[in-house]
Design a protein around this ligand. Structure first.
Ligand code: GTP
Ligand code: MG
Ligand code: ZN
Length: 370
């Protein structure tokens, strides 16, 4: 893999040159874990990295913090130490929105992308007013817009064409493609948008098929190369984190959670509630402290053997404690970050207030008669 395949170009090379002498290396952010980041380096190694203090403190808004797709200067830690993001390189383009709730805050959803693919369908999801807002956001960020009218297998050709025409009328310059991941309609046409170093991000409501499209593009590649790699796995799977996926010979895809970003795993209770059926069966185990391994009279193993409970579900259940521990750790880290952010916001407010006071001071009429 080369940096070029990851989207590197002269613009970034220029910006990076002053960091090279410090021993830092260029890398691109592929995942935002809120606390740490997943980054991909020149060798194609995926690393975990934390935000350097200076990058954090210099950011006067959240939009200036690194986002998925950003290029950064990375200090690779000594064995056992953390990798640190020392600088974020300027962006060539971005796709951002206003942070829900806070009217003036900008949230960068993806940085340095060439194309934003809005995914919708010809039926329930189609909403021209919403598409208008998407177009406005895209236009501001410097990427070009493509609209995929997906799930075409569910609608008549007339319905699909009418939807495409209505969207085209809104955005004469946008490319509109009617697609289906079920029967493969126009997956090839989406593939044509890709080329080495080109980054594409997929946005749209939850359930319109963003991850399925990413999988379809990946699938073509993986089948050719004999790999198995799925973003969504089997069945319905709501994407919960933004993620950059590299197709080494074709381009770069960024999958996004549905734009409403319903946070599924909010607390331990919701996590447990997902497994009420398994808990019910577990109550029938002979021993109340049954570990559902080799203990005698285990109702869960029996249910799996009799196909009343899917083996995958049982496995997910076994991992539940682990997942809850993980969740608690994440929430704790998140709390610490939020606290730090609040302190920073407070500092900025204090600074602005001080500036305003200075300003008002200067505006006061000078004492006369001196
Ligand atoms: N009929 C039909 N179903 C589709 C198509 N594309 C995706 N689906 C189905 O729609 C459901 C949602 O697909 P996803 O790809 O997970 O949707 P998403 O946009 O990634 O959703 P979020 O991650 O929640 O934002 C899945 O059950 C898919 O199988 C399509 O072209 N036709
Ligand atoms: Mg998804
Ligand atoms: Zn048991």
């Amino acid at each position: 893999m080369s940096l070029k395949q990851l989207g590197w170009n002269d613009f970034f090379a220029d910006a990076f040159s002053r960091y090279a002498t410090l021993g830092w290396v260029p890398a691109r952010i592929i995942r935002d874990n809120k606390i740490s980041y997943g980054v991909l380096d020149q060798e194609g190694h995926e690393r975990e990295a934390v935000l350097g203090g200076k990058v954090y403190h210099d950011a006067i808004s959240d939009a200036e913090l690194p986002a998925v797709g950003d290029w950064i200067a990375l200090e690779i830690g000594k064995p056992g130490e953390e990798n640190v993001i020392r600088a974020r390189l300027p962006r060539q383009s971005r796709f951002s929105r206003k942070t829900p709730g806070k009217s003036t805050q900008e949230q960068v959803l993806a940085a340095n992308i060439s194309i934003v693919c809005i995914v919708t369908d010809a039926g329930a999801d189609l909403n021209l007013r919403r598409l208008e807002r998407y177009f406005a956001l895209i236009g501001r960020g410097g990427a070009s817009a493509v609209v995929l009218v997906n799930k075409s297998d569910l609608y008549s050709p007339e319905e699909n064409n009418a939807a495409a025409a209505a969207i085209q009328a809104l955005a004469p310059d946008a490319k509109i493609i009617i697609t289906s991941t079920i029967d493969g309609t126009n997956v090839k046409a989406i593939q044509k948008l890709l080329s080495p170093g080109v980054s594409i991000t997929f946005i749209g409501s939850s359930g319109v098929g963003k991850s399925s499209l990413v999988n379809a593009l990946l699938g073509e590649k993986m089948r050719e190369e004999g790999h198995v790699n799925e973003v969504t796995g089997k069945g319905r799977h709501t994407t919960s984190a933004r993620e950059l996926i590299l197709l080494p010979s074709d381009g770069i895809l960024i999958d996004n959670p549905g734009i409403r970003e319903v946070q599924m795993w909010t607390d331990e209770t919701t996590l447990r509630e997902k497994f009420l059926d398994v808990f019910e069966i577990a109550a029938l185990c002979r021993f109340h402290d049954c570990r559902h391994g080799s203990d005698e009279g285990c109702a869960i193993r029996e249910a799996v053997a009799e196909n009343r409970l899917a083996a995958e579900r049982f496995e997910a259940f076994l991992k539940l404690d682990e997942e809850i521990a993980h969740l608690k750790m994440r929430l704790e880290k998140r709390r610490i970050t939020l606290e730090r952010r609040a302190k920073r916001d407070h500092r900025i407010k204090a600074r602005n207030l001080a500036d305003r006071r200075d300003h008002e001071f200067h505006l006061k009429p000078r004492p006369t008669g001196l």
